[in-house]
Design a protein. Structure first.
Length: 416
């Protein structure tokens, strides 16, 4: 009975930890979404709206009074064009024009960007006393802009879209996790190995006796979406930094070739993630292997029947292999760093099928080793058994799916 209470306590702690993680993910995503929306409004939506509204502004002569290259005092690596000019405008057809001043160069909201040379070239063309033209808002004559239209930094502002997208994705995954945990507690999950094994020596519940259809431990669609979002976020950040900060200043001497080569490592990582995302998206078109067990759980030393059925074009698959793999996960906390070690400690071949007829459907039996450890899950340790299904497809991403297999503790009789 003590072992049973310990197992139940471990499962309860694990359930609480997963629910807490999902809740934290939702909170984190909400903060990221809110901050991202503010950034999108300030640096993307507002400039776009002002540039659109300025189409109807009136073009009038103006005179440059001051101009210089402004420098960001925080890091000294950002620059912008700072200018002051005066103009005269007669509102409403009045005979006498009034004098106005403005310091707005464009609609970039004064964003600092790299590349001093480009800003200096603009300032050189706008020396004090230079005669040019500006656009004036006829409804508010004190509002003017020297360079109408979309600012040159608008493409950099597109980066702000990544933050609300990442926040929304975090909220979606967090809510999904919370719903899944609620469904698990209420017993509404499909018949897969999501259930927790009973305590050692206890008999299996009634719902583990009949046949069941397994579901992949990791959804292909979820994997494709996750990798695509990661590729979008990572590449959006590193490539924007590369073209906005590093490339313009390589010739200026701020960044040398060593810095460029060092940063190229992050670019290569982004390309690797993008390749993995493309691979996962292409794998969505692969045939799906449907696994059915004659009962939901198995004990060490027992045999269990496995039936497979190919949903899709089985002729695309050259070889289909099914094997049982034992996986162990251990989470360690060292100071403020948390890491998880994963390893495959056992692999038992079950079936190798070749030929369309054998791949389309078939049945086999597997015997769990007598010394097989039962499925176990605690807050910091996991021991999982999975049916690994791999299908070789020529000139296309292979099938690589895993299905959880529930292994119960040894012994058939209830606790005494």
């Amino acid at each position: 009975m003590s072992m049973q209470r310990s197992a139940l306590r471990a499962n309860a702690l694990s359930e609480s930890a997963r629910t807490g993680h999902s809740g934290c993910l939702v909170i984190f995503g909400a903060i990221f979404l809110a901050v991202g929306c503010v950034g999108v409004t300030m640096f993307l939506a507002a400039p776009l709206w002002r540039a659109y509204a300025a189409r109807d502004w009136v073009e009038v002569p103006c005179t440059i009074r001051e101009s210089r290259v402004g420098r960001n005092n925080d890091d000294g690596e950002g620059y912008r064009v700072e200018v002051r000019y005066e103009y005269r405008y007669a509102a409403g057809g009045e005979a006498g024009a009034r004098r106005y001043e403005s310091d707005r160069y464009d609609f970039s909201n004064g964003v600092y960007t790299s590349g001093r040379k480009g800003k200096q070239a603009v300032v050189d063309r706008l020396r004090p006393g230079t005669k040019t033209t500006c656009r004036v808002n006829p409804r508010r004559p004190d509002e003017a802009v020297l360079k109408a239209g979309l600012p040159s930094t608008i493409w950099l502002a597109l980066l702000t879209l990544l933050f609300p997208l990442a926040g929304a994705a975090a909220i979606a995954f967090g809510i999904r996790g919370m719903r899944r945990e609620r469904a698990r507690r209420e017993g509404r999950l499909p018949r897969s190995a999501d259930a927790r094994p009973p305590a050692a020596g206890a008999g299996p519940p009634d719902d583990m006796q009949g046949p069941c259809v397994l579901e992949p431990a990791v959804s292909r669609r979820g994997k494709a979406i996750g990798l695509s979002l990661a590729a979008l976020l990572w590449n959006g950040i590193v490539w924007t930094i590369f073209f906005a900060l590093i490339v313009p200043d390589v010739r200026g001497g701020l960044f040398g070739w060593f810095e460029v080569l060092f940063f190229s490592v992050f670019l290569l990582v982004g390309l690797f993630i993008a390749g993995a995302a493309i691979h996962a998206v292409l794998a969505l078109a692969n045939p799906r292997i449907r696994l059915t067990l004659n009962r939901r759980a198995v004990r060490p030393g027992e045999r269990i029947e496995v039936q497979w059925e190919c949903e899709g074009n089985a002729s695309r698959i050259d070889t289909l292999t099914i094997a049982v793999e034992g996986r162990e996960e251990a989470t360690y906390t060292r100071g403020t760093t948390t890491s998880t070690d994963k390893r495959i400690f056992a692999r038992i071949p079950v079936k190798t099928a070749e030929g369309v007829r054998d791949i389309e459907t078939g049945r086999t039996a597997l015997a769990m080793p007598a010394d097989a450890a039962p499925t176990f899950e605690a807050p910091h340790n996991k021991l999982r058994w999975q049916l690994a299904v791999r299908g070789v497809i020529r000139h296309w991403p292979d099938i690589d799916d895993a299905y959880d297999l529930l292994v119960l503790p040894a012994g058939k009789e209830g606790s005494r």
